[in-house]
Design a binder for this molecule. Structure first.
Ligand code: FPP
Length: 245
């Protein structure tokens, strides 16, 4: 595919999809319309990642902080999510894409939880890519939950405090079954992580683009991957050490 080195793909791409509201006001439309267009951009990103052979795609679809938005906007986002899942489930199944979630799923409405559970069940055989939606997600909440569950394990006597390592910690996060992101993309020209995958992104390559999420095309995604492929990932080593390896 167009200038992409298939031997050096990020295994896990994570995206902060930002700028739906600004896209809407730029086009003199309601914010909800921006989110609707954002959902179309989600379809395109999922398709492109699957085509490329990316194994994990994680999308920041709704943060814990987003609950504080006007009620009609929250409702519209939840409705869009349900519509997306109903409309895409057959395609996800056909393409071997397994749906997963991270976040405080219990905070979502019964209807949304039901739709998510159904879609996860229907796609559970998918082996080509894992699409994870971060919903009611906040990284600091996730870290606090992790600490709690480790303390529970120590109290129950199934874990010794001396045996707690970085790996133990990773294995108690919502993301326990997936590798850390290699490439983290944020759209809309903001240079922040906004409480997304803080622990997991310790060594992620960060890619920021001014493009607003509804305008983010397949070509923009390929640009981000080409950019990633020009980076030297040193993980704290020197360049010389890397070439010696
Ligand atoms: C940020 O734009 C985006 C969100 C808060 C939600 C992301 C949701 C979607 C892309 C659509 C639905 C999702 C799925 C998975 C179908 P913003 O509203 O913060 O934009 P602004 O910063 O310009 O106001």
């Amino acid at each position: 595919m167009e200038g992409i080195d298939q031997t050096n793909l990020p295994r896990h791409v994570a995206i902060i999809m930002d700028g739906n509201g600004r896209w809407a006001s730029k086009n003199a439309l309601r914010r909800v319309v921006g989110h609707k267009r954002g959902a179309q951009a989600v379809r395109s990103a999922v398709r492109t990642c699957r085509e490329l052979g990316i194994q994990y795609l994680t999308l920041f679809a709704f943060s814990v902080e987003n609950w504080n938005r006007p009620a009609d906007e929250v409702e519209a986002l939840m409705a869009l999510l349900e519509d997306y899942l109903s409309a895409e489930v057959e395609d996800l199944k056909e393409k071997g894409i397994r749906l997963a979630t991270i976040g405080d799923i219990d905070a979502l409405s019964c209807g949304v939880r039901h739709r998510l559970a159904e879609t996860m069940r229907e796609t559970e055989q998918g082996r080509s890519m894992v699409l994870t939606l971060a919903l009611s997600y906040g990284s600091r909440d996730e870290i606090v939950e992790t600490v709690r569950s480790i303390i529970d394990a120590v109290t129950a006597g199934t874990l010794c405090s001396e045996d707690i390592t970085k790996e133990t910690f990773s294995n108690h996060l919502y993301t326990k079954n997936m590798p850390d992101p290699d490439l983290l993309i944020r759209t809309s020209g903001e240079y922040r992580l906004s409480n997304f995958l803080l622990w997991q992104s310790a060594y992620a390559e960060l890619y920021f683009t001014p493009v607003l999420w509804p305008d983010f095309t397949r070509e923009n995604l390929l640009d981000a991957i080409r950019d990633y492929q020009c980076r030297e990932r040193r993980f704290g080593l020197t360049s010389d050490q890397l070439t010696e390896k």
